[in-house]
Design a protein around this ligand. Sequence first.
Ligand code: AMP
Ligand code: MG
Length: 424
Amino acid sequence: MDPLQQMLSVAEARARILEHFEPLSTEVVALGACLRRVLGSAVVARHDLPPFANSSMDGYAVRRHDADGAGPGHEVRLPVSMDIPAGSGLPGPLTPGTAARIMTGAPMPPGADAVVPVEDTNDRRDRMGGTPAEVAIRVAPAPGQYVRPVGQDVRAGEVVMPTGTVLGPAALGVLAALGYSQVTVYRQPRVALFSTGDELRQVGEPLGPGQIRDVNSYTLAAAAEHYGAQVLRLGIVRDRLEAVQAVLAAAAGQGADLVLSSAGVSVGAYDVVKTAVETAGGLQFWRVRMRPGKPLAFGRVHGVPFFGLPGNPVSALMTFEVFVRPSLLKLAGRRHWDKLAITAALAEPVRSDGRESYLRVVVTRRGEAYVARPAGDQGSAVLSSLVRANGLLILPEGVTEARAGERFTVWLVDGADAALLDEG
Ligand code: AMP
Ligand code: MG
């Protein structure tokens, strides 16, 4: 059968789409600008972390056996032979039979093998004052207690983070600790975005009869940026073949890694996007057995992968989530793009038409189990129910009816965790 006439399953369409994407090149970026970027080369530890053995408590460093006898009603008194604040350079060895006053993060003096916290001494526990001549130890220290040994966290030469690691706050911290002020990361995908439709007006313009505001430019730009892309906003394009051809050429000319449009890909008399894509490269397919979102065009224009998403705002966002999001993540060097999913029981019966269906649901927790209830009207133009939803429940292909209590996979909408409240 002609592939353009064939309607693909969601999984087939996604697999075919992902073949068109490979990770982009890498670039070197200042550490402070690396949040959510993806490592383009493995990070190898340049030195141990911590780089020197240090104390994890404010207190007194000792040779453990010098304080062995301490216990209830039994103080061991040691002269204080040195004072070691944090940042004071490496101290000399600890004289046997003495204690060194030491602060959290200060280097251990050679010879000392334990730290007695100030709470276990006769020193003031609210705030330590001047260095005392002597300290009374009330609890015998365990070997190595409150000492952070060299390399406890990371050993020199170790691969701390592999290529493809997404840099969150903790990863940035490890890079900082190792002295990486510049980091090799994958380039961010550049997405050229436009909306088609003669009925569309910009958000700040008054509406004439029969006109609506361009919603998809905002939702899709936000979604693309959310997943790490830089968006080239090309605005509203009229339903004219030449206008769409011109914007496709402009998108490719401006170095887009992916071209994204909405509307004009169905069977309407003015749906010119498919024809424009055919003349600018080629169309791979344009329909998927998915609800919402059947008319989804995918192809290449001037060598650049192209998505023609449906015009209805919910369909556009859903097909973005299912097809464009994994493509962007793959471009950006990510190795995994599966959504975080839970299993939830339907709170009420639902129907579908047998296409793989993504229902907007509100998920709540009942004890250990999750319950999903439709978030409102499931129409493909009803965006407000998507605002209320904290999950997308997936009815697999072939399911036309599901009973209350049946369990299905639910993708959590980002940030949904906060809304997963106990029903009580
Ligand atoms: P189409 O695929 O062009 O037939 O569009 C399908 C539906 O989506 C129609 O009701 C359009 O008015 C609507 N639509 C198309 N583009 C947008 C947009 N950018 N913002 C809001 N609604 C849109
Ligand atoms: Mg249209």
